[in-house]
Design a protein around this ligand. Structure first.
Ligand code: URA
Length: 436
């Protein structure tokens, strides 16, 4: 086989075979095919796409390039949850204890964040004492005994994806559905779960800015999982504004705890219930409607919160955080208000800018080496559709000495649009589609 023939075929709109895809990806990983030929192939895929089978072969070749995580040490059905990411997305922290309260075991390997806010691991490490570097035996033990465990990702999952992603990044071939879906699914299918619930975000704070692209991505990922005999549901959800109210590490943990106490923001609570019920349904424990009833009940009766307490304790964290999050978590007492400059309706929020405004306060990393300040972030007081008067507080900035407050305020100003008319219902809708 010659790379140039495979590139030629794709360039002319042809279909690459399993063997050709394996040849290109494995050749890139072992160094026998140079960057320039893979770049040309990626660009040909960018323009001509891949069919369902090609996407599957690309996914599986990248998946098989690294470790496969075996969860058989955990009893029962294992359902994974994945979000394509957004601002204020702390769903794992609340969904985990929720589904565990209904009998499903949740074991997650998560990463640190690069960009606006920290990843799940960063958020959890804002809880004093919480350890995310745990052994495989501890991981299984906590999952079996508590029903919920999250550890930092170690090992070598889909190294081919890492290498290809770096090349896509510098050749402007990231935003193509085949390549994105294969990239995400290569990492998801590397974990031997029984099923996956995907939260595919769309809007100003999401990777997929428009709904049609998000739906196409969701469908593509569902098809790939099905070819791998994996149960899957994808929920396409709104990221045209931050999820919930809190953006920033400790603040997001605080909000997750309040949500399990029944005091969470409406949108965040609803999304957690939707994802959790979908996971329980996929696992075959209860059907969706019944699952929702049980989950709502487990918020009211405190069962889900108790799982959170046990989980935090099992991973070495200060469990008192569940009773007094504001006191135990490092949350800055230094608060700056962001106020409305005119009266009207909040008609647009650039959620990504809110994320960046939080990052410049210190809540996220610009570079891999940056240290996160857990105590800072943003509380969004006015969301899409809110009526505001000039001078009303739109958001609270939790700042520290090192925070760049002026830059953050400037970004918030750019992020918010206040007009005479409210936004459309569609823009404020939380859940757009469910694909299975
Ligand atoms: N996230 C991924 O993991 N891969 C992509 O290609 C895009 C987003």
């Amino acid at each position: 086989m010659r790379p140039v023939d495979i590139i030629h075929k794709k360039r002319n709109g042809g279909i690459n075979t399993k063997e050709e895809i394996e040849f290109m990806v494995n050749g890139y990983v072992d160094g026998s095919i140079p960057d320039y030929q893979i770049s040309a192939w990626l660009m040909a895929i960018y323009f001509n796409g891949m069919n369902k089978e090609e996407r599957y072969y690309l996914t599986m070749t990248m998946r098989n390039s690294g470790d496969i995580i075996d969860l058989s040490g955990i009893e029962g059905i294992k359902i994974d949850k994945h979000s394509t990411g957004g601002v204020g997305d702390k769903t794992t922290l609340a969904v985990g204890p929720l589904v565990a309260s209904a009998g499903l075991k949740v074991s997650k390997l998560s990463g640190r964040g690069l960009g606006h806010t920290g990843g799940t691991i960063d958020k959890l490490e804002s809880i004093p004492g919480f350890k995310t570097a745990i052994s495989k035996d501890e991981f299984f033990k906590i999952a079996n005994e508590v029903g919920m465990v999250v550890a930092g990702q170690t090992g070598n999952i889909a190294p081919a994806d890492k290498k290809l992603y770096a090349l896509r990044d510098v050749t402007d071939t990231v935003d193509e559905i085949s390549l994105i879906s294969a990239s995400i699914m290569s990492k998801k299918l590397a974990v031997n779960s029984d099923g996956i619930v995907l939260d595919v975000k769309t809007g100003s704070g999401a990777f997929m800015k428009n709904l049609d692209d998000a739906v196409a991505l969701a469908k593509s990922m569902v098809e790939i999982a099905e070819l791998n005999n994996r149960k899957i549901v994808a929920v396409v959800t709104n990221m045209d504004q931050p999820l919930g109210e809190m953006v920033g590490n400790s603040l997001e943990v605080w909000e997750a705890i309040e949500t399990l106490k029944g005091n969470g923001p409406e949108d965040f609570t609803e999304l957690c219930l939707e994802l959790a019920a979908s996971m329980i349904d996929l696992a075959g424990i209860y059907e969706y409607k019944e699952a929702r009833k049980i989950l709502e009940e487990n918020i009211k009766n405190g069962k889900a919160l108790e799982i959170m307490r046990k989980w935090i304790k099992a991973q070495g964290g200060d469990e008192r955080v569940v009773d007094n999050p504001e006191e135990i978590l490092p949350i800055s007492k230094n608060i700056v208000e962001f106020k409305a400059e005119k009266s009207g309706y909040v008609s647009h929020i650039d959620a990504e800018k809110v994320g960046i405004a939080s990052m410049v306060l210190g809540a996220g990393r610009k570079k891999k080496e940056d240290e996160i300040d857990y105590s800072v972030g943003i509380k969004v007081m006015k969301k899409l559709g809110a009526k505001v008067e000039k001078g009303d507080t739109i958001a609270l900035l939790y700042v520290s000495d090192k925070s760049n407050v002026e830059e953050s305020l400037e970004l918030m100003k750019e992020a918010y649009e206040i007009t005479d008319n409210p936004p459309t219902e569609h823009k404020m809708k939380l859940i757009y589609e469910k694909i299975s």
